[in-house]
Design a protein. Structure first.
Ligand code: CTP
Length: 401
């Protein structure tokens, strides 16, 4: 199931690092997901960003001190009991050090000792501080205690140095929060996903392709990684960034995709072929740009190998899922492909619908199973489609064991 944080309580703790401004955006993203977000700030954090900003965006009073407000509530205890997840972003060396050693001398550190929900730490600081032995010791202690660590990125830091220490961008932190909260029902499974279009070059500047954006395949790869799978994504050219913690193999043509997929097949447990592979390539590929000449030109085409069909032929213990992009007669065509390619599931969609197919954020798919049954799904975000599909894969893969 898709990890749903709507109606979940997330406590966002902000400590005094230059990256505190990124927490404002993180708060906005969490609210967009429907979460009830409460903010605790250290005194130092309030020097970087005013509590009023967090208050306005969260719609709740920000806790900055142990003894504030006129009501008798003890926020650090109440919020700790109500939290479904706690995120410290940015987490300074001081906050990590205090938490690792059980020190409780302000609102944030006192609150942390009362938390029982999953905890996500996003350390951010100067590279030398980050690599220092005391800090590494403290971070490892917290990792061993069960905290989920979002490692900082390497790059240019505000202090002028370059190296690891930069707080990841808020969408990536949100992705890691969702990952941390997703049950790991694909743990130990090798998942191979193909996504995006292929390009079959006519000459160096022209090619045959299709409008696939790769969004469906990337959503499946991300969902599988969130669920604990070891994911390899073979991707045609897309505008999408590499999903976190996934090995991405970028290819251009169907022939390159075939090589990458066949190489990874033997070590894969689950293979999901979302890619919109070009069925044909030009018979000849010019090495230089073709100049215009005669009024009519005929392009000779050569059939590409059907990668999925070959996977179906070579299949041993792998669980094989295909996609069927259709413009009509979905059940008939998807059903034929399921059988012809020896698949376990095929997800069929009508790609000419405005809410489905190429480039959209939503999809309406019908799942066709090997036993002849089918399951039409409603129109959903591609992330949600990915999780329903993986639910069905997990049910069947686990039943087979
Ligand atoms: N596929 C593949 N290699 C190809 C063509 C398709 O691996 N050369 C895979 C796709 O990744 C998808 C499935 O086969 O999972 C169905 O692709 P689709 O384009 O819907 O159908 P085709 O088999 O190409 O048949 P047609 O174009 O005639 O509908």
């Amino acid at each position: 199931m898709k990890t749903d944080i709507s109606n979940k309580t997330v406590v966002l703790c902000v400590s005094g690092g230059i990256a505190a401004y990124k927490s404002v955006e993180l708060l906005r993203l969490l609210k967009k997901q429907g979460a009830d977000v409460r903010v605790i700030m250290t005194q130092n954090a309030t020097d970087f960003v005013g509590p009023l900003t967090f208050q306005a965006l969260s719609g709740q009073t920000v806790c900055t001190s142990l003894f504030e407000g006129n009501d008798a509530s003890i926020k650090h205890i109440e919020w700790a009991q109500e939290a479904d997840a706690v995120v410290i972003a940015p987490a300074t060396a001081n906050v990590i050090g205090k938490y690792a050693n059980g020190i409780a001398d302000d609102a944030l550190s006192t609150f942390m000792l009362a938390v029982t929900s999953p905890i996500i730490l996003c350390p951010s600081m100067n590279t030398n501080m980050y690599q220092s032995k005391p800090f590494r010791r403290n971070l490892e202690t917290l990792r061993t205690d069960g905290c989920f660590i979002v490692e900082p990125e390497a790059g240019e830091l505000a202090c002028g140095t370059s190296g690891p220490g930069r707080l990841p961008d808020p969408p990536d932190i949100l992705d890691r929060i969702l990952c941390c909260l997703t049950p790991k029902d694909l743990k130990g499974r090798q998942v191979l996903v193909s996504a995006g279009p292929t390009r079959e070059h006519i000459d160096p500047v022209r090619f045959i392709s299709n409008p696939s954006s790769g969004k469906m395949g990337y959503a499946i790869a991300r969902a599988a990684e969130h669920r604990g799978g070891e994911v390899v994504l073979v991707s045609g050219p897309t505008m999408l960034p590499d999903p976190l913690n996934i090995e991405v193999i970028r290819i251009t043509s169907a022939e390159e995709m075939a090589i990458a997929v066949f190489e990874r097949m033997p070590t894969s447990d689950i293979i999901i072929k979302t890619a919109a592979v070009s069925d044909y390539r030009p018979k000849e590929q010019a090495t230089q740009k073709i100049k215009k000449g005669e009024d009519e030109k005929v392009l000779g085409l050569q059939k590409n190998q059907d990668i999925l069909k070959e996977l179906g032929r070579r299949k041993k213990n792998q669980f094989l899922v295909g996609f069927a992009a259709e413009t009509e007669a979905l059940e008939k065509h998807a059903g034929q492909k399921l059988v012809a390619k020896n698949l376990d599931i095929i997800a069929g969609n009508i790609v000419t619908r405005p809410d489905s197919g190429f480039g959209t954020d939503t999809n309406q798919v019908t799942l066709f199973y090997r036993d002849g049954t089918k399951e039409p799904l409603s129109v959903m975000e591609k992330d949600a489609v990915a999780h329903v599909l993986l639910d069905r894969v997990v049910e069947r893969v686990c039943a087979d064991k």
